[in-house]
Design a protein around this ligand. Structure first.
Ligand SMILES: *Cc1c(COP(=O)(O)O)cnc(C)c1O
Length: 475
C-alpha cells in the first residue's frame, strides 16, 4: 500500500490542529479570568496577566496547556511528597474507588480510616493515641483548639478561654485558626472577630523582636513565655506552635533547644501543647515529624498537607488518652465533642495516605531527605554571600532565602516592590515554579526530587536572585 501525501497538505493539517489547540487554550485562560477568585491573590493584578494553566504532572514536574514542563519547586504548596502520578498512590486510589468513595464517620466506620488511624498512632510521638479526622490544615487546628477548650471545661477549670501563640505564626484561615495567627498582613483585618490570645516572641533570630542576638540571648523569648504563664496559666487553654519551623511566617527555623525549652515550660505550668505539623509533618524536616527533633510529646498533633502524599484533602488531629477520657460521660452530661465534617474520614483520602506511608518505608525516604539536606545547607551558605540576601536558612528539605534592600541595615524591600514575586517570575521563565512569602524565596521540592533536579533548581533560584536584585535594579 503506497500512496503519496502532499507535504503542503500535512502543513495545512498541522496548522489547523495548532489553531484548534490555541483556541482551546485561550478559552480556558479567559474562563479562569472570568470565573475564578484565586486564594491569597490580588485579583486586580491577576487579571492583568496570562494565567499559567497546569494540566498534567509527572514526578517532580508539571506541564502547562502549551506543553511546557516546569519543576514543582514548592511541592504544589507543601503537599506533594512522592511526585505527581506516583504509581502506588494512583493504584491505591483506583482500588478504593472500585469499592467505596465515601461513607460518613458519623454513626458509621469505614475500613481505610481505621487502618490509617492505627498507622498514625504507631508512627507519631507518644502518648498520642486517638485520631480525629477532618479535611484540611485549618480544620485540624480548629479541632485541636475546640478540644483543648472543652477539655478544661470538663475538668472544671472554666476560666481557660485564652490561647498562646507566637508572632509570625500561621495556623490556617478559618476564624479560630486566624485567632491564633501572628501575621498581621493576613490576620489584622479580622481582629474584631477573633477570640483572646496572648502572643509571645517568635525565635526569628535574624530579626529578633527583642533586639537580641542568638546565642548569648539566653532564650529571652522563652523567658517572656515563662513570665506570661507564671501569671496567666489558669486562664490559658493551650499553646499552639509550628514545631521547629514557622512556614508561612517566612521559613523561620528555630535555633536548637528552643522547642525543648518551650515544651518544658508548658509542662511546668500545665498548659496544653498543640503541635501544628500541617506543614512540617511527613518527612520535610528530615524526621517523620518535627516534634522528634527535640523529643516533644504534644497533647495535640495537627496533620494535613503531606498526609495523602499531595493527592487529596484530608487532615487528622491526634490527641492523648487523657484528653479523650475527659470527654466520656453519660449522654445527658453533654460531654460529647459536637464537631464533624461531611467528608470526615474520607476513604479515598485515607487509602492515598496509607499508600504514601508505605512508600516512606519502602523507599527509605527519610534517609534520602537527610542526604539531600547537605546539598541544601551548602547552597544556603553560598547564597548568603549575595549582595541582597540577608539571611538563608533551612531544615531538612525546606529552605528560605530572605532578600533585603540593604544587607548592612537589614532594611527590607517595601511590600509593594514585590521583590519576592519578581524573583519567582524570573525563575518561572527558566522552568521552575516557586512562590515567595513576602521577601522570602521558598524552597520545598517533593521529597523524591533527585540530586541533579535539586541542584538545577537551586542554580535557577540563584541566577534569578542575581538577575533581579543586582542586574535589573542597577539599570
Ligand atoms: C497550611 C497550613 C495550615 C492550613 O492548612 P490548610 O489545609 O491550608 O487549611 C495550618 N497550619 C500550618 C502550619 C500550615 O502551614
Amino acid at each position: 500500500m503506497l500512496y503519496r501525501v502532499d507535504s503542503s497538505e500535512i502543513d495545512k493539517l498541522v496548522f489547523y490542529l495548532s489553531m484548534e489547540i490555541l483556541k482551546r487554550n485561550k478559552a480556558l485562560e479567559e474562563a479562569d479570568l472570568r470565573y475564578i477568585w484565586h486564594p491569597f491573590t490580588q485579583m486586580k493584578q491577576w487579571i492583568e496577566e496570562k494565567p499559567l494553566v497546569i494540566e498534567e504532572g509527572r514526578g517532580c514536574y508539571l506541564r502547562d496547556i502549551y506543553g511546557r514542563w516546569y519543576l514543582d519547586g514548592v511541592s504544589s504548596l507543601w503537599v506533594n511528597i512522592h511526585g505527581h502520578r506516583c504509581r502506588e498512590i494512583d493504584e491505591a486510589i483506583k482500588e478504593q474507588i472500585d469499592r467505596l468513595s465515601h461513607s460518613t464517620l458519623l454513626g458509621l466506620a469505614n475500613v481505610p480510616s481505621i487502618k490509617l488511624a492505627e498507622r498514625l498512632v504507631q508512627i507519631t510521638p507518644e502518648p498520642l493515641s486517638k485520631v480525629f479526622y477532618s479535611d484540611n490544615g485549618s480544620t485540624s487546628v480548629e479541632v485541636a483548639l475546640k478540644m483543648a477548650f472543652q477539655y478544661w471545661i470538663h475538668r472544671g477549670e472554666k476560666n481557660r478561654y485564652a490561647f498562646v501563640c507566637l508572632e509570625n505564626a500561621y495556623h490556617g484561615d478559618t476564624i479560630g485558626a486566624v485567632s491564633v495567627g501572628g501575621i498581621d498582613i493576613f490576620h489584622e483585618t479580622f481582629r474584631p472577630l477573633l477570640f483572646k490570645t496572648y502572643r509571645v516572641p517568635s525565635p526569628y533570630c535574624y530579626r529578633c523582636s527583642l533586639g537580641l542576638k542568638h546565642p548569648g540571648c539566653g532564650f529571652a523569648c522563652l523567658e517572656r513565655l515563662e513570665e506570661l504563664l507564671e501569671t496567666k496559666a489558669d486562664e490559658i487553654a493551650a499553646l499552639i506552635v509550628e514545631p521547629m519551623l514557622q512556614g508561612a511566617g517566612g521559613m523561620i527555623v528555630f535555633p536548637e533547644g528552643y522547642m525543648r525549652g518551650l515544651y518544658e515550660i508548658t509542662r511546668k505550668h500545665r498548659v496544653l501543647l498543640i503541635a501544628d505539623e500541617v506543614a512540617v509533618g511527613f518527612g520535610r524536616t528530615g524526621r517523620m515529624f518535627a516534634c522528634e527533633h527535640e523529643d516533644i510529646r504534644p497533647d495535640f498533633l495537627c496533620l494535613s498537607k503531606g498526609l495523602t502524599g499531595g493527592y487529596l484533602p484530608l487532615a487528622a488531629t491526634l490527641t492523648t488518652e487523657e484528653i479523650f477520657d475527659a470527654f466520656l460521660g453519660e449522654i445527658q452530661e453533654l460531654k460529647t465533642f459536637f464537631h464533624g465534617h461531611s467528608y470526615t474520614g474520607n476513604p479515598l483520602g485515607c487509602a492515598a495516605a496509607l499508600a504514601s506511608l508505605e512508600l516512606f518505608e519502602k523507599e527509605g525516604l527519610l534517609e534520602k531527605v537527610r542526604d539531600k539536606e547537605s546539598i541544601l545547607k551548602n547552597w544556603l551558605q553560598e547564597i548568603k554571600e549575595l549582595k541582597h540576601v540577608g539571611d538563608a536558612r533551612g531544615i531538612g528539605l525546606i529552605g528560605g532565602v530572605e532578600l533585603v534592600k540593604d544587607k548592612e541595615t537589614k532594611e527590607p524591600y517595601p511590600y509593594e516592590e514585590q521583590m519576592g514575586y519578581r524573583v519567582c517570575w524570573r525563575a518561572r521563565d527558566k522552568g521552575l515554579l516557586i512562590r515567595p512569602l513576602g521577601n522570602v524565596i521558598v524552597i520545598m521540592p517533593p521529597l523524591v526530587i533527585n540530586d541533579s533536579e535539586f541542584e538545577k533548581m537551586l542554580e535557577i533560584i540563584k541566577e534569578s536572585i542575581v538577575e533581579v536584585t543586582e542586574k535589573d535594579m542597577s539599570t
